[in-house]
Design a protein around this ligand. Structure first.
Ligand SMILES: C[S@@+](CC[C@H](N)C(=O)[O-])C[C@H]1O[C@@H](n2cnc3c(N)ncnc32)[C@H](O)[C@@H]1O
Length: 252
């Protein structure tokens, strides 16, 4: 397995029982969904990089006739989503698919809506939008949440930390320009609130780091250390960056 593949498996082990695998919030998911234009009564939806599927379930509850294909690289996440969906009586409308979002071809799907919380960075924001555009029907919509700088001169430690993972990280106007260049109309953008970071993501993650640290293999210790560093950067510099939802309608 590649280094990236092994790291993904270790991340899966860390996050499998946590509420989310990235910052997010049910109310913010619903607020972004409310901005989506021209949804048909029974929309077809793809949720890319769905993780444990917290937002997948929010979408399925909010749209009682929607059919959702939830895609992730890690089968354990998908197993958890399938179990939660079945328990909530939503299993018949959520199909899980274990696949690499950068390798599958969904161009025949003509989705009404493509959703991706905290995961478009995997495909690259501009490249992902260009690619996913061809998976939408005319007038279909992409909704992503993505990390952006909120200040003109972000602090050096934060820039250095995010440089490796997110070399194309930019600010709100940069992301809007990239979406327009990729053939989308920017319907709206919404910031993710601070509690989406701490209550739903970093607080459970910090407890999990403490739980796993004592018995961690060297590889796991390295991944836990990177997670702890991410939390420390957020505590020190989190006001200089944040997640933003982008509601983007395909323009033809
Ligand atoms: C930051 S997490 C976000 C998860 C979820 N959307 C959320 O907000 O809680 C990114 C997700 O993308 C998945 N992932 C990573 N690389 C992927 C790939 N190449 N194709 C599909 N999913 C991938 C990870 O397993 C993880 O579940």
């Amino acid at each position: 397995m590649s280094d990236a593949g092994s790291e993904a498996v270790l991340l899966g082990e860390i996050f499998i029982d946590l509420p989310r695998a990235g910052p997010g919030d049910d109310a913010a998911t619903r607020a972004a969904l409310a901005k989506v234009p021209d949804l048909p009564p029974a929309p077809s939806i793809a949720d890319l990089g769905c993780g444990q599927g917290t937002q997948t379930l929010v979408l399925a509850r909010a749209l009682p006739d929607a059919r959702i294909v939830a895609i992730d690289l890690l089968q354990p996440f998908l197993d958890r989503l399938s179990a939660s969906a079945a328990a909530a009586g939503l299993g018949d409308r959520i199909e899980t698919r274990c696949a690499d979002m950068t390798a599958i071809d969904l161009s025949a799907s003509a989705f009404d809506l493509i959703w991706s919380e905290g995961a478009i960075y995997i495909a690259g924001y501009a490249a992902g939008l260009s690619h996913w555009r061809s998976w939408l029907r005319d007038g279909g919509t992409v909704v992503v949440s993505d990390l952006i700088w909120r200040v003109a001169a972000p602090p050096r430690p934060a820039v250095d930390f995010f440089q490796a993972m997110l070399p194309d990280m930019t600010d709100l106007s940069g992301r809007i320009a990239e979406a327009e260049a990729a053939g989308f109309r920017v319907v709206d953008t919404l910031p993710l609130p601070a509690e989406a970071w701490w209550d739903n993501y970093y607080a459970p993650l910090a407890r999990r780091i403490d739980q796993l640290a004592a018995t961690a293999s060297p590889a796991m210790a390295g991944v836990l250390d990177a997670c702890a560093q991410e939390i420390a950067i957020w505590r020190a510099h989190g006001d200089s960056y944040g997640y933003q939802f982008f509601v983007l309608q395909r323009q033809d």
